[in-house]
Design a protein around this ligand. Structure first.
Ligand code: SF4
Length: 318
């Protein structure tokens, strides 16, 4: 007997983390940012109010069920919006740590780290990956489009405090988009900002992949990203996954959400299955599936050998 999961997905293979059981505890596109490069499209609920968008109990019920069947390498909070906007994040991390001894990671845009309760919630995690895509107010607004009431200064001060006080591992992510936040002035400001952050274990460079929220926002080429990374302090690495480049006239196109729905409609598939079927990475498959899950087109079901996506219209009624 299997049942649909609403908030957990995977485990999915992650280059950075191994087999990662994902927790998505935020409604689709609820975020304090509206990044030009977001793979999930434009932010529809743009704000910084923390709320129990998804209850801790709901997440822990699903985690209990999946972790009884499987042992991922990590449990990671990411997904369809900014995870620290869930005011029950601390309860969720603490509850998961009671269920398993695998590390818990949180991927955050870092916008709320100036809030003491957010830092307290995150203090329970083993790995936190905060983002810092820009280091001037103008560049931050250009790339991240901060919500009303939030400023670059608040974000950077919060990040600095967090880095000083958090006891776990900090992996700072910088995503560069061509012509948006990659000028020499932008990069120099970012270098200086990184120097002001304590205890960052590594800086991970990323760039645009999949169709971004704003059409026309382009990736930085791998060679250039590598060169840029080499000018930053400390340990740096490239985590960008570069999209396949279709040669003119070869007829190939990037898969879209309807391709994922078609594939699942033919037979239920794991996230890895969807990725393999469409010839894309697991991260890209997740970006296609997230809106389909959010609008109820697909559901995830736990089976003994993993979590499978099905079309909701094909799930037998109880
Ligand atoms: S990329 Fe992340 S931080 Fe930026 S808008 Fe999308 S969900 Fe929010």
């Amino acid at each position: 007997m299997s049942r649909a999961f609403k908030h957990l997905y995977g485990p999915v293979p992650s280059r950075r983390l191994g087999r990662s059981l994902g927790v998505d505890a935020i409604p689709f596109k609820t975020c304090s940012y509206d990044c030009v490069y977001c793979q999930l499209g434009r932010t529809t609920n743009h704000g910084m109010e923390r709320a129990p968008w998804v209850s801790c109990d709901e997440v822990l019920d699903e985690a209990r069920e999946i972790l009884a069947l499987d042992r991922p390498d990590v449990v990671s909070f990411a997904g369809s919006g900014e995870p620290t906007l869930n005011s029950e994040l601390g309860c969720m991390i603490a509850g998961i740590k009671e269920l398993t001894d695998v590390p818990v990671a949180v991927f955050t845009n870092a916008s709320l780290l100036w809030m003491p309760d957010v830092r307290e919630d995150l203090s329970l995690a083993d790995i936190v990956s905060p983002s810092l895509d820009a280091a001037t107010p103008a560049a931050a607004q250009r790339v991240n489009r901060l919500c009303e009431g939030l400023s670059y200064e608040m974000v950077y001060e919060g990040l600095k405090t967090f880095c000083r006080t958090f006891r776990g591992r900090i992996w700072l992510e910088i995503l560069l988009a061509q012509g948006v936040n990659d000028s020499e002035a932008d990069l120099q400001a970012l270098r200086e900002a990184c120097q002001g952050l304590a205890r960052v274990e590594r800086i991970q460079f990323n760039t645009v992949s999949r169709p971004p929220a704003d059409k026309g926002v382009l990736p930085v080429a791998r060679e250039r990203l590598e060169k840029i990374a080499s000018t930053f302090p400390g340990r740096t690495e490239i985590i960008a996954s570069y999209p396949r480049t279709a040669k003119a006239g070869d007829g190939r196109r990037q898969p879209e959400a309807r391709d994922a729905a078609d594939l699942i409609g033919r037979h239920p598939a794991t996230l890895e299955g969807v990725a393999a079927g469409l010839g894309i990475s697991a991260q890209e498959a997740r970006a296609l599936l997230a809106p389909l899950e959010a609008d109820g087109t697909v559901v995830a079901e736990a089976r003994a050998d993993g979590s499978y996506y099905r079309l909701a219209s094909q799930v037998p009624k109880p």
